[in-house]
Every structure is written in C-alpha cells, then in structure tokens.
Write a protein that binds this ligand. Sequence first.
Ligand code: ADP
Length: 517
Amino acid sequence: MIEWSDINREHTKTAYQETILIADGEPLGRETLKALLMSQGYNLTFATNGPDTLTSVKSIQPDLLLLDAMMPGIDGFEICKRLRSEKDVAEVPIIMVTSLDDDAARLRGLEVGVDDFITKPFDMAQLRARVRTITKLSRQRRLRTQELQEERDRNQAILEALGEAVIVTDINGIIKYINPAATLLTGFTRDESIERDWRLLQDEDTGLILGDVLDKVKTGKTWRGEIVSRHKSGDLIDVALTVAPLFVSKDPKEPIGFVSVQRDITPLKTAERAKDEFVSNVSHELRTPLSVITLIGDNLDSLYARLDDEKRRKMVRDIQQHSQTLNDLINDVLELSRIDSNRISTARVRLNFAELAREETEKLQPLAWEKTQVLDIESPDELMILGNKGQLQQVIRNLLNNAIKYTDYGGKIMCRCQTLVKNNKLANDGWPGLDHLSVGTWAALQVTDNGIGISEEHLPFLFERFYRVKSQQKIRGTGLGLAITSELIRLHGGKIAVDSKPDQGSTFAFYLPIEEI
Ligand code: ADP
C-alpha cells in the first residue's frame, strides 16, 4: 500500500541548496559576507539597493535575506516592513546587519519584523551559526508549507473526483466550496453557488428544515437523513444527506463551518414508491375476487335449502372462476416479482422462433374453437434466434390468449412471424411501432384480431401494471399479462407495440434482435 507520507519523503530527497540574498549598498559589505558564506554550500545572490532588494526577494523567494540596515534607495527597515505586509514573501526570514551597539536600530528592526541581527564587524563563527540555524528553519518551514499545499491539492483532487456531492460552507451556511458532483446534483454552477446560502440551493420548503439541521450541527453533532431537494430546473430530487461540523485543530469544540455530503437517491426512492404502489394494488386486486368468493360462499351456506340446483351450480361456478382469477393473479405477481428482483433466467439458447410460434398457436386452438374463432398462423419454416424458450412461449401465449379473450365468438385471429429488415425506407406496413424500431434485422411476430379493439387514449398505458380498459372489465383478467409480456421482451433486447381501433380489432407486435448466431 502506498502511504502519502512515503510519497512526501520521496519528494523531499531531492538535493536542495538554500538561497541567501545578500542586500548591501556597499561593495565591501557584500564581498565580506560572500567570503564568509561562500564555502558553506549556499546559493548566494546579491542586491545593491532598496528597490532591487524588494524585486529580488519576490522573484527568488530566498531562504534568508541578509539585509543591511542602511540600504540606499529604501532603507532596510522600510524594506522589511513592506516585505512583511506582502502575502507571498511575508515569511522570508530576515537577518538585519547593523553596527555594533546600535540598540535603537535593533529596536526598530524588531518592530518591523526582523528575525535576528548580526553586527559589524562580523564574528565569523557567530555569523555562520546564525545563518545556518535560520536557513535550516526556513527550509523546514518551506517544505512543510509545500507538503501542506500538496495535501490540500490531493484532498481537493479527491473531492473533485468524488461521485458524491460535497458542499463546504462557513458557520453561517455560506458556500465556500462545491465539488463537480454537487454542481451536477443541484444544477447550479460553481460561480452561481459560491458565496450563496447553502439553504437556497435546496427546496424552499426544506430550507426551513435545513435551518434546523444547521442549528443541530452547530452543537457539534453530525446530521444524517433523507430530504427532498429541488434541482435548478425545478425538478424534485430525493437525496440522502449528511451534514457534519467542520472543526479546526486549534479549537475542536467550536465548528467553523459545515460539510454536506449528498447522494441522489431518486431512482431508489422511485423504485420504492413503485413497489409500495404495486403491493397496494396487489392487495386490492386480491381482495376483490376473495370478497366475491366469501360472499357467494356465505350465501350458498345460508340460503342452500332455498336455492334450486341450477342456482347452486351457477354459484359454485362463480366461485371456481374467481378462484381461477386469484390463482392467475398470484402467478402473475410472483412472475413480476421474479423479474423485478432479477431472479429470472437470462440464459439464451439458439431456437427456431417460427416453430415456437406454430407450437403455441396449436396449443391455443381448443380455446379458439370454444369461441368458434379461426386461429391461423403464417410463418417461415425456420427463423433462428437466441432466446429463452419458456419466456418466449409465455409472451406468444399471452398475446394469443388476449386476442381470443377480447374477440367475440366467430372472430378471426392471425399470427404472423417473419424476419424483418428495418431500414430507413420501411414505413409502418402493417407492423405497429416500426417507426420507432432501430435499423437492423429483427425477428418479428404479430397477433391480429378483429375483436373489440381499444380506443386510442388507452394505448399508451396498456403495458402498465394493473392497467385494464374499464369497458372491458367484465372479461376476466389481472391487468398484468401485458406488463409481464413487455418485461420479458425487454429482457430479450426487444420492443413491443400495438395498433388498435375500437370495434375493428387490435394488432400487437413484438420484435427481437437477431444477433450473430
Ligand atoms: P388482462 O389480464 O386484463 O387481459 P393484460 O395486461 O393482458 O391484462 O391486458 C391489459 C388490458 O389491455 C386488458 O385488460 C384489455 O383491456 C386490453 N387488451 C389486451 N389485449 C387486447 C386485445 N387483443 N384486444 C382488446 N383489448 C386488449
């Protein structure tokens, strides 16, 4: 494992030569200092007047400035004062060179921020010792600053790359930092967010609650919860929110701001809501046949002696029929729940789709005969695809079943199966949904009936769970068949579509991609 500290250490191994800027107006002064320090391994540079000194310090950022108090142009005290007031160079260590016993100058020097003094004439050992100590300290400080900067850059890079939305605010909730994930989540750019109140990025209603959240976090606690937030576009998003206080090491009790971390849980919440709705629909749908069964059962029990045979038989048949509905419903619900939780097989085998369609049509002939309907199929001998046999059988059976169910006695039901090459020219051509199909080769199957049909306003909802056309509700059904069918087709990478006209009939068609097999 890589340790950050190792990387830092690695970094600092490179040879480093301390730079000393010698600022003296007198050539003799400069030469003396140069002679004394030259052999010590420093990198020496020189400045001969005040303005020169200021620019040199800024450009080279020396580890030490040896500054003569009596500089021409701008004197040493003024230079020191100016340097201390400039952010970039305020930390540069300064040793001031003064004359012996000039106490007044020392006092002034201390006032303007001089770190140390050496006096002329120089004591070689003392000069070297002081310079060594101060440059060493300066170097350490510089490295520390560099390390801190690197650590800050690293942390910043991590925050920038993080998938979770991070916003840092001051203690009043004013945004000081927002990472890219947070700009995506809120829809507000960095410029639109910085210096704004964090609560304004949230929904107005939740803004009040967030005020309370901040009050809690101010006491040093971390707040975790789920809120509804508003995207800049106005859309509501569900987010999991953590707000933690931000402390500085100097004062671990009093927070200086907040860090909020948000994760978009809208898909999760949407799925949860859909599941709740599904469960409530299921219980409602289960209760309907169950209460009918209970009612008929009770009547049969209490009125048995008074009912004639035919009446009794009718009631028993009703019970059977509603029990069958219950059974269908439970099977459909279980099937959907298997699909929802990915517990359904995705295994694909090479199979003859045309043959499968013929077999299923054949199996349903008795049902059609019962209603004196003609059920026919047109298909090529062979249409090979990769698919799940059981699931595709179910799809074809559902569509044929519906056609028989929603078509009167004597009606006609036609199943067509063929290879369909979709190109940019091909129009509807009797195949619903063809316009929305991507270009390519498809195994297509359609079931056409001349039954009761469906009016246009219902068409977009037919594949939704529990959706049934109101006027057709006397015909037994669960409203789940087409939902299951479309899910199974989707799992095969296919598409389903419908065309229908009331009293004329319906065509349901689905398309499965023909992959390289
Ligand atoms: P159901 O169990 O009610 O048949 P489906 O999901 O299979 O449930 O179908 C949903 C609704 O679509 C049906 O209730 C019916 O109103 C309508 N529908 C399906 N197929 C046909 C069809 N071939 N003709 C007319 N209406 C149909």
